[in-house]
Design a protein around this ligand. Structure first.
Ligand code: AMP
Length: 544
């Protein structure tokens, strides 16, 4: 027997309808690439997204199933483009401009993008690779006539001119909620990047789960600034979940340095924000250099994408009275998986134990099934100590990569192997110990590089830390700690190793410390252990 409820496909334009109808006057504030701050409302966003949507059909010939690339910062035009393209049942493929040009060429061709919408910033990159992009029909430059560059890009169209051709009376077409709507490639540590294809249904469900109180707890009284880029896994859903909640949005554009991020936090009275630790490191350094500055409006900082160091969490909470939610997720998971909010029943937990729990990557939001297994797929206990391969399942999680790539990551029971190694404790809080590929195996036992890095970051004078395994004749691998010092500060090998004493077991103690000017990062701002391992390929440990 079927239920007697209405058939209301979960299409992302419903989010925009809701924001327009019930939060129409709520603001969207963007720092534009051209310079000035731009302000308008959800009502304006809805009107312009419809106009653009009509225009992309009439002028660009975009239809259901077409893939359209965007290479753009977080801003109102990028948001309009998302809703305009997705609303036609076409797919928005967000391109990460930090990738190498050859990777962009591979991704654009592999995804079969038809048109590319670009910010002014990225016109030179596209000009350099356009000869290798035979399927691209043309480029829409996201600016107005006055700022149109002189460009060699073929069929270059000015965004504002294109938009003017559309009719704001457009009615969104109806189609199945499982229709593809967004695409994002994961950089992957080996092989070519792989495409993740979101559906309308997965994006709407994920946004709803994200808004929940024990997840991000978004409200219409919030001012939310996604510093995490829209090209990094849907800006962690905020471009869907913030309008769903009716919250004010602040888009930081191209400027993500400490001073620029601080300026918007302050002038726009941002209450909640989200990004990877690298961004917060820059903000906190800026605040340290300007001791008079505080964060009076900021209630909540979501930190994820890489492990949040304890010193960072403490600084936000203890120095600035802004709470931190540590979150874990993956491009393949839409992306949020776990969040470190306090669970009912743990109110009485002593402060020290709560801090240890809060520093973990969090517990699953609704729609996430999660388990850890050994290498044979046997489930492991949730005792907070046993490490295992972390596997997930749910309606916002990929069941395959585009064109069947990486099929070995999915099993026949529908579990996706995250490639992360973690523990889960008795309360359900998950803690990542490593990427499976980054785990250090010493004498057959695993050493968690993330733990050592976090403790090393607590040592005064240390700006960034990374631990990699180096080949060792006796133990197979031993840890090497690589350190970047804070500008103008000095710290010695003995001080760094001394700061780890008593915090990690003796046999985890790094065999050596190497000081470098810079640690390599991936396009999404994570430490690139792969590149670091290559840099230290010929390195011999003193103990070897
Ligand atoms: P991406 O798809 O680029 O967001 O990368 C996902 C991967 O980033 C995960 O599989 C983890 O290895 C890592 N990651 C994400 N969030 C965290 C976190 N809070 N702590 C540690 N690693 C994380």
């Amino acid at each position: 027997m079927k239920g007697l409820m209405q058939d209301w496909p979960l299409l992302v334009h419903r989010i925009l309808d809701h924001a327009r109808d019930w939060h129409g006057a709520q603001e969207i504030v963007s720092r534009t690439v051209e310079g000035p701050i731009h302000r308008y409302t959800y009502r304006d966003l809805d009107r312009r997204a419809r106009k653009l949507s009509d225009a992309v059909v009439k002028r660009l010939g975009i239809k259901l199933g077409d893939v359209v690339g965007t290479i753009a910062w977080n801003g109102y035009r990028h948001m309009e483009t998302w809703y305009a393209i997705m609303g036609q049942g076409a797919v928005v493929h967000t391109l990460n401009p930090r990738l190498f040009p050859e990777q962009l060429v591979y991704i654009i061709n592999h995804a079969e993008d038809r048109w590319i919408f670009t910010d002014l910033t990225f016109v030179p990159i596209l000009e350099g690779i356009q000869d290798k992009l035979p399927n691209i029909k043309g480029y829409v430059i996201m600016t107005d006539t006055g700022h149109m560059p002189d460009t060699s890009l073929k069929n270059a169209i000015c965004y504002e001119d294109l938009l003017e051709e559309g009719d704001e009376g457009l009615q969104w077409p109806q189609f199945d909620e499982n229709t593809a709507c967004g695409m994002c490639y994961t950089s992957g540590t080996t092989g070519n990047p792989k495409g993740v294809l979101y559906s309308h249904r997965s994006n709407v469900l994920h946004a709803m789960a994200t808004c929940a109180g024990d997840a991000l707890g978004l409200r219409s009284t919030d001012t939310i600034m996604p510093v995490v880029p829209m090209f990094h896994a849907n800006a962690w859903s905020l471009t869907f979940s913030a309008p769903m909640a009716g919250a004010k949005i602040v888009m930081p554009g191209a400027k993500m340095d400490g001073a620029s991020v601080y300026e918007l936090l302050e002038t726009e009275k941002v209450s909640a924000t989200a990004a990877v630790p690298t961004i917060w490191l820059m903000l906190l350094q800026y605040l340290e250099q300007n001791p008079d500055l505080k964060l009076p409006h900021l209630e909540q900082v979501v930190i994820g994408g890489s492990a949040c160091p304890e010193a960072m969490m403490r600084s936000f909470i203890e120095n600035y009275e802004s709470d931190v939610i540590h979150a874990w997720g993956m491009t393949e998971m839409s992306p949020l998986g776990t969040l470190g909010t306090r669970k009912g029943g743990l109110e009485g937990m002593d402060n020290g134990t709560w801090w240890q729990t809060k520093l973990k990557q969090g517990r699953p939001a609704f729609t996430i099934e999660m388990k850890i297994t050994d290498d044979n797929g046997n489930a492991l206990p949730h005792d907070g100590e046993t490490f295992g391969r972390l596997k997930v399942r749910g309606p916002g999680i990929a069941k395959a990569y585009l064109k069947g790539d990486g099929a070995e990551n999915f099993d026949n029971e529908g579990w996706f192997d995250t490639g992360d190694v973690s523990t889960i404790d008795e309360h359900g809080y998950m803690q990542i110990t490593d990427r499976a590929k980054d785990v250090i195996k010493s004498g057959g036992e695993w050493i968690s590089s993330i733990d050592i890095e976090n403790f090393a970051l607590g040592c005064p004078g240390v700006a960034e830390a990374a631990v990699i395994g180096i080949a060792h004749p006796k133990w197979d691998e031993r840890p090497l700690l690589v350190i970047v010092k804070k500008p103008g500060e000095d710290v010695t090998k003995q001080q760094v190793l001394g700061s780890l004493e008593g915090k990690i077991v003796k046999w985890w103690m790094p065999d050596d410390v190497a000081f470098v000017d810079e640690i390599p990062h991936t396009a999404t701002g994570k430490i690139s252990k792969l590149t670091l391992r290559q840099q230290f390929e010929d390195y011999r440990l003193p103990t070897a």
